[in-house]
Design a protein around this ligand. Sequence first.
Ligand code: S3P
Length: 171
Amino acid sequence: MKIVLIGYMGSGKTTIGKLLSKKLNINFIDLDAYIESKLNLSVSDIFKDRGEIFFRKMEHKYVQELMEEKKSFILSTGGGTPCYANNLALIQKHTKHNFYLKLSIPSLVKRLINEKESRPLVQNIAENDLPEFIGKHLFERNNFYLQANTTIVCDTKIPEDIVNEILENLK
Ligand code: S3P
C-alpha cells in the first residue's frame, strides 16, 4: 500500500506521515529528504546553486522512481509536488490513498512564520507580507490540491485526530 500526503508548506505532511508510519508499521519517506540524500545537497542549496527548474526536474524524477516501486510506503511530498510536471496524475495512477492536508491561510501563516528559514520559496518574504503571499500562492495551487482523493481539514485538529481520520479512510 502507498499513502501519499500532499498540501502546502507547513501543513504537517511530515509530522502526520511519521505518526501514520508508526501506526501502520509502514516505511515513511519524506520526498525532500529523499531528494537531498540522492543529490547530497539540501533543498535550500539545490534552489540556490541549481535553481528551481532543476529542483522540479529532480522532484519529478524521484516521484516517478518512488511510484514505480513495488514496496509499501507513506510519502510526504513537497508543497509544490502535485502542481508540477504530471506528478499528481502519476501519484493518482499508483494509489488512491492520496490525502490533502488542508489548512486555512491564517493557520499556515502562524506555522510558517517560525519555519521560514529552511524553505527557499518563503525565506525572503517579510513576516508582514506572508498572509498575502500565501493567499495568492494557495489560490494558484488549490486547484491541484483539491484533486486529492480525500481532503482532510486540519485547522482545529490535533495530529492524532488527523491520523485517525486517515486510518478510517483506509478501511
Ligand atoms: C516547496 C515546498 C518544500 C520543498 C521546496 C518547495 C513548494 O517542501 O519541496 O522548498 O514548492 O511548496 P515542504 O512542503 O515540505 O516545505
